[in-house]
Design a protein around this ligand. Sequence first.
Ligand code: IPM
Ligand code: MG
Length: 355
Amino acid sequence: MKIAVLPGDGIGTEITAQAVRVLKALNLPMELEEAPVGGAAYDRTGDPLPSATLDLARAADAILFGAVGGWQYDKLPREKRPEQAVLGLRKHLGLFANLRPSIVYPELVNASTLKPEVVSGLDILILRELTGDIYFGQPRGIRVAADGPFKGQREGFDTMRYADGEIRRIMHVGFAAARKRSRRLCSVDKANVLETMQLWKDVAAEVAAEYPDVEYSSMYVDNAAMQLVRNPRQFDVIVTGNMFGDILSDEASMLTGSIGMQPSASLNDSRKGLYEPIHGSAPDIAGKNLANPLATILSAAMMLRYSFDREDAAVRIESAVRKVLVQGLRTADIYESGTTKVGTVEMGDAVLKAL
Ligand code: IPM
Ligand code: MG
């Protein structure tokens, strides 16, 4: 098992350190190699995704990724910004299928800002297409408006686009996932306004016909955003594009109480994956031993499940995480009175002990 460890910026280094401890404790035949990425890589080399880091990621079977970004990089030209590292890795490695599960653990049901009766028992999977859409569509840029009432002014533009095959392959991933879950799939689009999304909806319906055993529906994204807080348990698998998936997955993470609990997997078609928490680098709490490492530890579990086919080891990690929650240990983001507040390292210690 060759694993590239890319901690990145801010709390990224602290949380990946804990996930690495957990992986090592499993005593599996694993080779871990670390490389800088994001702002940390820019500081050292002038490039947020240096070729040495990309080569390491290419050679690895799986990538454990922390988080990237920081205020000091916000004014850099776009191609130098830390975010380009994660976008570049996704694109270069063809990681088109982004799995973002949202699970409400019984111990954390009160950590959600939503009422317990709305979120308790929630277990949904947002499947976000990750290498297409307005994120990567060309042309894009800032130009001078050639006509219209704002003629002569600066005008920003981006291109939303999806090819038939691109939609089809993510739908197949979604239906296959639904078959292993509660057999319901909802495709989320904006076909009432956008041509790209009309194609999305048409292709989704065509693929759905190949899976008669899965209950298929489609929903407009604005309604889906509303339904996610009104009655999130109506969903099982949600399949959506890159932009809408970015937004809906952050929204869904808060149903569970904290974005600090949400792992993710980004897969290509040969099971190579990049595994990362869905939260960012949180520069405001970086270096203070405050960050919740559980999302990254749970991402390591997803790695064992999806890239290495080690369901047993994945379940071991997930059970250890459940155990520390049952023990009442909480980082600041999920703390409530009556529980025990711990830091990043202490949470890592507890998971190791539970393992
Ligand atoms: C995410 C993040 C990224 C995205 C950023 C950091 C480029 O928000 O993984 O959800 O927009 O995809
Ligand atoms: Mg996001």
